[in-house]
Design a protein around this ligand. Sequence first.
Ligand code: B3K
Ligand code: ZN
Length: 873
Amino acid sequence: MKVKRRLDYTPPPFTISSVELNIKLHPTHTRVESTLTVSRQGVHNEPLWLDGEGLNLVSVKVDDSDITAQVQVSETGMSVPCTQDTFKLHIVNHISPSTNKALEGLYQAGNAYCTQCEAEGFRRITYFTDRPDVLAVYTVTLSAPEEGYPFLLANGNKVNERTENGERIATWHDPFPKPSYLFAIVAGDFDVVEDNYVTASGRDVKLAVYVDKGYASRATFALQALQRAMRWDEENYGREYDLDVYMIVAVDFFNMGAMENKGLNVFNSKYILADNATATDKDFFNVEAVVAHEYFHNWTGNRVTCRDWFQLSLKEGLTVFRDQQFSADMSSPLSTRLSQINIMREHQFAEDASAMSHPIRPDEVIEMNNFYTVTVYDKGAEVIRMLHAILGKERFRQGMDTYFERHDGKAVTCDDFVDAMQSATTTDLSHFRRWYSQSGTPVLSVGKVVNSESGEVTISLSQHTKPTAGQPDKHPLTLPLRIACYTSTGKVLALSKASEGIKVLSDDLIMFESECAELTFNSHDINPPTEPVVFTALGDFSAPVKVEQSFSVSERSIVAMADPDPFNRWDALQSLYNEGVLRCQAGESANLNDLFSVVKEVITLHSHDAHLLAELLSVPSVESLIQQQDDVDPIKLSQARAEFCRCLAISLNAELTAMLQAPSASTYAYEQEQVGERKLRHALLMLLSYLPDTNAFIEKLYQVSDNMTDTLTALNAAQRCNSQTFIALMHDFEQKWHGDSLVLDKWFGLHATQPSRDILSTLTLLKQHPKFADDNPNRVRALIGSFAFYNTEGFHAKDGSGYKYVTDYLMELDKVNPQVAARIVTPLIQWQKFDQAHQQLMKTQLSRLLNEPGLSKDLFEKVSKSLAYEQAS
Ligand code: B3K
Ligand code: ZN
């Protein structure tokens, strides 16, 4: 299959400055009439190439002459002979939205029509130069039966609406030139929640959220989140909204989270609908974050867009960074940061260790949809965060202002972005740019020598990145390190010397750019041998790296108690837990008391802060533990983790039980104090559920809970604690919520992650559930996705049955929705970390997939890379 390469970029031979679309909606015969204003760029005689897939072409005219017979049509597009330099091209084609189950282009979601064009979906609607550096002004006329389609929506501002012979006809005009991937239309009947927003400069903007009938009350939180995001972007980045109306439509059938189409976002209903009875605290958090993310794209993505898809992180990494800043301002900054770090450690490090490892700006792509990854998004955001640390808040803002000034209305590259940042600082960023081209997770090794005579503390730093798929040679990267050196009583040592390879940016921030280097700290009035000194290098997880540093248990205890940085304090306990799991794996579960006494001390110190306590009491997930080891037997690891949790719960039973409280009398609200209380209850129960006598509390919690967070805490705990209780509560839950698809997804997910011996029969039964459907991505992700990603013992079963089950399903799903299939295959291609036996079983299934006739590009790219990596490694 065809590989596209970043370095092959050439500017488009033709541009299209305006597009007029006339779309007459019909389930199987939607008629699309398109009039394009085309201009040749430069001097050449090439024909005009237009992308088009799955289209039924009716006619083509250049200006007024019919050239249908002269065009050459293939499966991927058409070639149009043309002699003029500027001309109008008139195309008519048909498409069938009701049979479009891949959910790319125009499709039906329930009774409504909607579109998804990023990355390359516009070519499934009509013929076009479907690449992000062709920016055009769109005028769109939609028509559909008056009955059933009271709302006809498109990008921009509505300029006309009328009815004619039972048809509704609406015309929209978007004055901002945009790439085709931001095009959207929606038609259907909805409940609408409306409000307005007055921008900083006094312009009145109409806001509207469209949801399924009967769901209006679940849309108000999203609308308010939008208003908060609009204000925040004005206050923090000086960015205002630019159209007269901002619309969000929520649909139940959607391949991912949401889409930032200009003025007309389309969302997975999961990230819009939220009320006190059905949404968890995490759901509220996610709704606010995703609404903000799509809104922030209006500047970082829409006004300034990507030149080509290899530059995706230009808009995604930056917009994720912006939504992370926003979320930290709206909720608990520490929990927000820790959940981002967990995503990096559980998922991004895993991707970087696999055959799909790629730089945040990839070099080669077969199917672009495969590159909406944790690397491009989350590591991309970490790269922006590093720039933010290096430049500091003010200069970073200056750099952003320059970026917008220089590039508004243009399609640009990651290099253009770094150039704008460089203009705001005297710190040389040329070495930093390597983060855009080098893949893999660097390992930072830290050593410490204390000279008892001089009192000097010498820290040695070195960095190394293992070869990754397609990149055998690695170079040192620029690592901004937030450092601290202090004694057990909290006395801070001053940095006195930094060797070559290090730039000191401030008292606690350095840039480490070489393979190895040294720092020297002066201990003046303290006496290191008697007062132990510790050094930490990665406050706030200041670079996306793994750290290797030998810490004794007592040094970790000092860090957990005294480090100035909350991430370091949390991480010190995480590494103690990691060590505890390792000891359990080695059969030493009787030897954990030294660890537990540190945990006790730390939680006593922080007993007043529920948010922090909840984080401190969370044992690293199996997924993040896997990234700390090689040659992993996932079943043994999962059992060792469970054993560790059980021992921890026994040892801390008194403390944990004392902190465990039933929900307070106040009714549920998504507000931070309550969120902290529920989060702590969850963390405590996740440990105490290893002890059988917690069952009564779990049942009680389920009965008294007035909110989805506590209800799910009870179900999660029951899943671990007592299978009879779990079955009974799940039955009750289904009775209550079977009519509510978002809540029902949680129920499917809980079934899929249960540690049961006959999990595969459970899955088979659930696939036959009347509410399960292969063409509903949320359902498929809830059942099969949750199993593959999070049911360690089921998915990695020794006999390979879990792998086979998922593979069999993917073969079917690939025919319906290749994008979703290619997401769910992720855990299967990440075999590198496992022992030989598991690797072999995983590869056997990957080979079966690769041999499947008619495999999609999406699965082919991931599976073939994964198997080819085997030969190379
Ligand atoms: N830009 C979209 C993602 C599109 C994914 C295409 N397969 C959502 C977002 O990141 O905001
Ligand atoms: Zn995005």
